[in-house]
Design a protein around this ligand. Structure first.
Ligand code: UT7
Length: 330
């Protein structure tokens, strides 16, 4: 793409989509298999139910469904795509990337395709990568997907984690525009906190004492993660506003990572924002990691709550630790 001297290119959201697998599992259903209750899960997390992928249904399948909805909303075809970036920590395969698998299904052969693994911050990281490619003029149209099948790495006998997670995907089509869309993105990580939220099964690091057939599973010190997440998100929302010379009251919507309603409420308090201006979908699907922000965004746009021209703050926090934000005018 050529750029006229002096002109600036921004990336704007042209369309969004999302997809949740059909099967839902309520808190009461979970309480039949582990020592928990609907009351505990709702009061500590805000989650009422989660969706689980069917046998054989993969992250790529969910991401593909979200992608075609986003492309339809944006009015773009596979041939228009210059790049596909998928945020996921539960890829279909070690390789090819889930982005390549989705590219093949879309028939978008030839465009660049890659996965970004930043755990629950995967979508915000992927959005930031796509935004940079558009701003520098290397891409005009980028499909950004956040998709996960966390149910495959949840220990369903461990009540401290199994009640939290679910499967789902969301997607946006970003297009180059002379008007501002994404104003800034801010990404951070702290790898020293690895052991507070991780999955010990690897490739190069081997199985870390986990029996190969016992399966990978999420291990989390929930309360430590909670405290760190609240502080990190407070800091990144302050950083985002400062970088743009904006006041917290300028924001129209907070579209947060959907992990825990209490974390979302803490960020809203920091922003002096009424919960009426916060998109909450965690009750419907639990923590879908990279899927959560684009799922919430798509829900908000399709319901008509988020309108063109409004200022949106997206944020996420996840394993790594990783965290980040994106400020954009829709
Ligand atoms: O997206 C990636 C980032 N991840 C997150 O953001 C998750 C962050 N953490 C959290 O959301 C919360 O820490 C949890 C929801 C995981 C836990 O809530 P908490 O208020 O921090 O509870 P806790 O871990 O301090 O546990 C309180 C009690 C414990 O019992 P005792 O020791 O007080 O007797 C737990 O054993 O709740 C118990 N407990 C449960 N009880 C019923 C833990 N899980 C359950 C459960 N049902 N599912």
């Amino acid at each position: 793409m050529t750029q006229a001297p002096g002109s600036r290119i921004y990336s704007r959201i042209a369309g969004t989509g999302s997809f949740l697998p059909e099967r839902t599992v309520t808190n009461d259903e979970l309480a039949k298999s582990v020592d928990t209750s609907d009351e505990w899960i709702r009061s500590r997390t805000g989650i009422r139910e989660r969706h689980l992928a069917a046998e054989g249904q993969t992250t790529g399948d969910l991401g593909y469904e979200a992608a075609i909805r986003a492309m339809e909303a944006a009015g773009v075809s596979a041939a228009d795509l210059d790049m596909i970036v998928v945020g996921t920590t539960t890829p279909d395969l070690i390789f090819p990337s889930t982005a390549c698998l989705i590219q093949a299904r879309l028939g978008a052969d030839g465009c660049a395709a890659m996965d970004v693994n930043a755990a629950c911050s995967g979508f915000v990281y992927a959005l930031s990568v796509a935004d940079k490619f558009i701003r520098c003029g290397d891409a005009k149209t980028v499909l950004v997907i956040g998709a996960e099948t966390l149910s495959r790495i949840v220990d369903w006998t461990e009540r401290t984690t199994c009640v939290l997670f679910g499967d789902g995907a969301g997607a946006v089509v970003l297009k180059a525009d002379s008007e501002t869309g994404v104003l800034s993105t801010h990404l951070h990580a702290d790898g020293s906190k690895k052991d507070l939220l991780w999955n010990p099964v690897g490739v190069s690091a081997g199985f870390n004492g986990v029996e190969p057939n016992a399966g990978a599973r999420i291990i989390m010190k929930g309360n430590d993660v909670f405290k760190y997440a609240v502080k990190a998100l407070d800091s990144v929302v302050d950083e985002t506003l400062a970088a743009n010379g904006l006041d917290k009251h300028d924001l129209d919507w907070l579209i947060p990572h959907q992990a825990n309603l209490r974390i979302i409420e803490a960020t809203a308090r920091r922003l002096d924002m009424s919960m009426d201006n916060v998109i909450v979908t965690v009750d419907k699907h639990g923590n879908t990691s990279s899927g959560s922000v684009p799922l919430a965004l798509d829900t908000a746009i399709r319901s008509g709550r988020v309108q063109r021209g409004q200022l949106l703050l997206l944020e996420a926090f996840g394993g790594g630790f990783t965290w980040g934000s994106a400020l954009l005018r829709y």
